[in-house]
Design a protein around this ligand. Structure first.
Ligand SMILES: Nc1nc2c(ncn2[C@@H]2O[C@H](COP(=O)(O)OP(=O)(O)OP(=O)(O)O)[C@@H](O)[C@H]2O)c(=O)[nH]1
Ligand SMILES: [Mg+2]
Length: 407
């Protein structure tokens, strides 16, 4: 298919000052979805027009822009109501989609595991279902292209009854997947290996960092949402301590509600981690807003009061003398995941935070306490173990919540 030509439309309201940045991001999203941006329009309005998103005069302006640029599609930067979507399509006589549909479309193209595919399809179908309501013609005006493609290029279903059936079916399949995931998680917890969730804005360099630290060989690209499915890799410190790093889907502003629901399992990786490793792209002028979005999303997911280490990434590209602060973080480090600068320091900081959660056991156990020593082997790191005439001498680090068992 030929590249879809899109015009981006946004409304800057008085309580929203990052419209321009959001529009730049929308262009990147479009590019990731394989479309070419041929025009951008911002309307300043007190409020979004309830019926048509933008006002009458602006509609005329967009119309002539469509004419002069031969655009195929208009993409609005906020989620449209079914009525807004319908009215705007009528007025412009062209396919109109919103930011949500664009993001869902990218997810659909990117999903690779069966779980990822199911989650995306669920989000898409639920969005569709909610947008079939209330409009006379539903989404039938849409031709092909963005917004019509499900995972694996399959065409998205249009029929309400079939959509509902498929949703029920996907839900059933996802319950099974969830069970498996919970089992893996439980096993990990039993092993007492600390889990570090690499989180952050999309394109911040999370996968690059995972690769640098563990040689994971995960795809990293200068594209939004290169990673969808969680990948976990082990790392072993010199003292024998192990940790698991989990790389997962990135966040973005206005992350679609349907997507958050469908991807809850994936997004919640952070919730079950011991430490949040927040990767921020300090070469991006939009970093502060991005970090804000990340914390907002983490709060929405209920991460609680976990330790947060923020890695200011891409310092190789950052301005000299840049001042970097993160008040939510317990520790911050400057790194370049690409060339490895600062990654040693980062690992040291991670180790410190982990050690902070551990206590030293340093005593001699009698020979009939062998079960306890087994337990230490399971959940801690032995520094020294010596079988002596008066018993077994142990020096080891154990998680502080278990130290009472060995006192
Ligand atoms: N110059 C420079 N580029 C980097 C650095 N870290 C990552 N990149 C580049 O930034 C882009 C995004 O990196 P990824 O690792 O895919 O980012 P991500 O956070 O995993 O992104 P998503 O999975 O899409 O959310 C890639 O082109 C990387 O090569 C860095 O320290 N310096
Ligand atoms: Mg990634």
């Amino acid at each position: 298919m030929e590249e879809e030509r899109i015009i981006l439309v946004a409304v800057a309201t008085s309580d929203n000052d990052d419209t321009l940045q959001s529009l730049i991001e929308l262009e990147e999203l479009g590019q990731t979805a394989g479309a070419k941006t041929v025009g951008k329009v911002i309307q300043n309005r007190e409020k979004i027009h309830p019926g048509t998103y933008i006002g009458k005069g602006k509609i005329e302006e967009v119309k002539s822009l469509i004419y002069s640029t031969h655009a195929d599609t208009v993409v609005c930067d906020d989620e449209l109501s079914p009525a807004q979507n319908h009215n705007l399509e009528e007025a412009l006589d062209i396919k109109v989609i919103d930011r949500t549909v664009l993001i869902l479309d990218i997810f659909a193209q990117r999903a690779s595991t069966s779980e990822g595919k199911l989650q995306v399809e669920l989000a898409q179908l639920r969005y569709r279902l909610s947008h079939l309501t209330g409009t006379r013609s539903g989404l039938s005006r849409l031709g092909g292209g963005i917004g019509t493609r499900g995972p694996g290029e399959q065409k998205l279903e249009m029929d309400r009854r079939i959509i509902k059936q498929r949703i029920t079916q996907i839900r059933g399949e996802l319950v099974q997947v969830k069970r498996t995931r919970e089992l893996t998680r439980k096993k990990r917890q039993e092993n007492h290996v600390p889990v570090i969730a690499i989180t952050g804005y999309t394109n911040a360099g999370k996968s690059t960092l995972l690769n640098k630290l563990t040689g994971a060989g995960v795809l990293s690209e200068d594209k939004l949402f290169a990673t969808l499915d969680p990948v976990t890799r082990k790392y072993e410190f010199e003292n024998g301590g192990k940790v698991l790093f989990t790389d997962t889907v990135g966040f973005i502003r206005k992350l679609p509600h349907h997507l958050v629901q469908a991807f809850r399992g994936t997004l919640e990786e952070a919730k079950y981690a011991d430490i949040i490793l927040h990767v921020a792209d300090c070469s991006n002028p939009d970093m502060d807003a991005q970090m804000h979005t990340v914390y907002d999303t983490l709060d929405r997911l209920g991460i609680g009061d976990k330790k947060i280490i923020t890695a200011f990434n891409k310092i190789d590209l950052a301005e000299d003398g840049i001042i970097l602060k993160d008040l939510r973080a317990d520790k911050t480090v400057m790194i370049s995941a690409k060339d490895g600068t600062g990654t040693e320091e980062l690992l040291k900081v991670i180790e410190e935070v982990i050690m902070d959660r551990k206590r030293l056991v340093d005593r001699t156990f009698s020979y009939n306490e062998a079960a306890k020593i087994n337990e230490i082997h399971n959940i801690g790191q032995i520094i020294e173990e010596d079988y002596r005439s008066d018993g077994i001498y142990i020096k080891a680090h154990v998680p502080k919540e278990y130290v009472y068992m060995f006192e």
